[in-house]
Design a binder for this molecule. Structure first.
Ligand code: ATP
Ligand code: MG
Length: 504
């Protein structure tokens, strides 16, 4: 390999056809005279652009198709000329330099074109040099060279992460690896599970309960996830009425007074709330507005009157400590309004508990959050929630469902394949990495491969193959053809048996 030219932070390198360097690989330019070396990442490969080569190829093709004859080449020139035609031009981004055994993000010198040697440098060595350390290991998969690739939970801790890519590219799979590794390292994770697929984390691939089984608690709204009004308290009830049920200002005032009066008489239950709204002395329209919303709330089936099956989030979290565990909120079967109600309750309760410091910081995993997260929570997630101690990972196949501003604030992005130009544009524009890398690497990513950007990789974009499942895969797309297959049956049976009821 040789340096051809440099423009801005792009260095072009010529490589022989059989040199095994590909898109996403890292190279190191060592200049003997200078201290240290320059680190580059290949983001695109093409043929050498040369007019004379093009003419040569056309001439060859014309001669081959018109003149039949025997080729005599005693000096074996043709093999050299073929080699030249197949030479590759590797376009590389300068990612920094290694000086005194430390990776730093800037380079202050230009390597020599004649003296310097170019060699591959492994991704794990680069991460070591960049100072990635921690104790909460997350084995994500392998690099192209077959080395195992590990990130540290510490780089997800306190940060906002986004997993995105097109349909069925392996996003949920990666998110499950993150959840299970965080749980193994003692963290508390809350998952908003849209397809009821995270319950599989408690089972091995064969469907047997695994070592995490007692620490994965699956809660289904209306079944084993119900709340008493008393537990929710004024804060959650008011935000439910205001943000999810859209009660107008006048009704909210009365609602707050009603809740206050029930609390003072220690009778904050469904029955009393129903009676009190009906008998409350106020404008009939306000009363109607409140009562109809109350009925919507009650019909969602997530409030328990006698405390049967009722859940206290703090008690569940405490039961998971100190080993850590995951609370999976299974939202698949809920109506969209119930989803929003459950999410509002869980989030407002978590914020309350964190404010009082009764629970440790939480990792929150939200699949397709735009379907149930209210508008004002988005900004909260990147600003306020982080300070309280809720560290979110958003998983989506619609990158435009997340605002540009949120991408820019994201500390880590796991990018799977996108071919759609609009989606690519959006990601390339909004993320912190350079758009050329994202555009050319992400477009050609095979399934189950992802480009990792951000703090987890010390801002050195890394291409990895996500490892196989260790746990049961649930939540596959349902198909018409092959719907009687045995693997579906196993998953279905486990799905039924996985519905553990939570102790009260
Ligand atoms: N690295 C992997 N190794 C083995 N199987 C995988 C891997 N990644 C994904 N799969 C499998 O591929 C299928 C699709 O993966 P997954 O459900 O994670 O995709 P997704 O991007 O979340 O899709 P959707 O957009 O439908 O939510 C699943 O059956 C999953 O088990
Ligand atoms: Mg998914």
């Amino acid at each position: 390999m040789r340096i051809l030219e440099k423009t801005g932070d792009v260095i072009s390198i010529v490589a022989l056809p059989d040199e095994s360097v590909f898109q996403g690989d890292y190279l190191e330019i060592v200049d003997e005279v200078k201290d240290g070396s320059v680190v580059l990442q290949v983001y695109d490969e093409s043929y050498i652009p040369s007019q004379s080569l093009t003419e040569d190829i056309i001439r060859d093709q014309v001669i081959q198709s018109t003149a039949n004859g025997q080729e005599i080449d005693p000096l074996e020139i043709s093999s050299v000329s073929q080699l030249i035609k197949d030479m590759r031009l590797l376009r590389c981004k300068v990612r920094g330099s290694i000086q005194n055994g430390v990776m730093i993000p800037n380079v202050s010198w230009l390597p020599s074109r004649t003296r310097s040697k170019i060699r591959k440098i492994s991704q794990s060595r680069l991460l070591d040099l960049a100072g990635q350390t921690g104790t909460a290991e997350i084995k994500l998969g392998t690099t192209r060279d077959g080395e195992s690739f590990t990130i540290f939970g510490e780089a997800i801790d306190g940060n906002l992460s986004i997993i995105t890519g097109k349909k069925e590219s392996g996003k949920s799979h990666l998110s499950k690896i993150l959840v299970s590794s965080l749980v193994s390292s003692g963290a508390v994770v809350v998952v908003f599970d849209l397809n009821n697929e995270y319950e599989g984390l408690a089972y091995s691939r064969e469907g047997l309960r695994n070592e995490l089984a007692t620490r994965i608690i699956s809660l289904e709204p209306g079944k084993n996830l119900k709340f008493t009004l008393d537990y929710l308290g004024e804060y959650s009830l008011v935000s439910l009425m205001q943000h999810v049920l859209d009660a107008p200002g006048a009704s909210m005032r009365e609602f707050i007074r009603i809740i206050g009066s029930l609390r003072s008489s220690d009778t904050l239950t469904l029955e009393y709330l129903s009676d009190t709204i009906q008998n409350w002395r106020c404008n009939e329209l306000v009363k109607d507005a409140l009562y109809s919303r109350f009925q919507t709330m009650r019909s969602a089936g997530i409030f328990s009157s006698e405390g049967e099956n009722s859940v206290r989030i703090d008690a569940v979290i405490k039961s998971l400590l100190p080993e850590g565990g995951a609370i999976i909120v299974s939202l698949k079967k809920c109506s969209s309004l119930t989803k929003r109600m459950v999410v509002e309750i869980v989030l407002s309760k978590l914020v309350q508990l964190l404010e009082r410091e009764t629970i440790p910081p939480i990792f929150l995993f939200a699949e397709e959050a735009h379907l149930y997260l209210r508008e004002t929570y988005w900004d909260d997630i990147v600003t306020r929630m982080r300070h309280f101690g809720i560290f979110t990972t958003l998983v989506t196949n619609q990158p435009d469902a997340i605002k540009d501003g949120i991408y820019r604030q994201a500390d880590n992005i796991f990018l799977f394949n996108f071919t759609n130009e609009t989606d690519l544009d959006m990601i390339a524009r909004a993320s912190t990495a350079d758009s050329e890398t994202i555009r050319s690497i992400v477009r050609t990513l095979p399934k189950r491969h992802c480009l990792v950007l951000g703090k987890v990789v010390s801002d050195l974009p890394m291409l990895i193959k996500v490892s196989e499942t260790r746990f049961l895969t649930l939540g596959q797309t349902k198909r018409f053809f092959g719907r009687n297959s045995t693997s579906n049956d196993v998953a279905k049976k486990i799905e039924v048996s996985a519905k553990q009821s939570f102790p009260q």
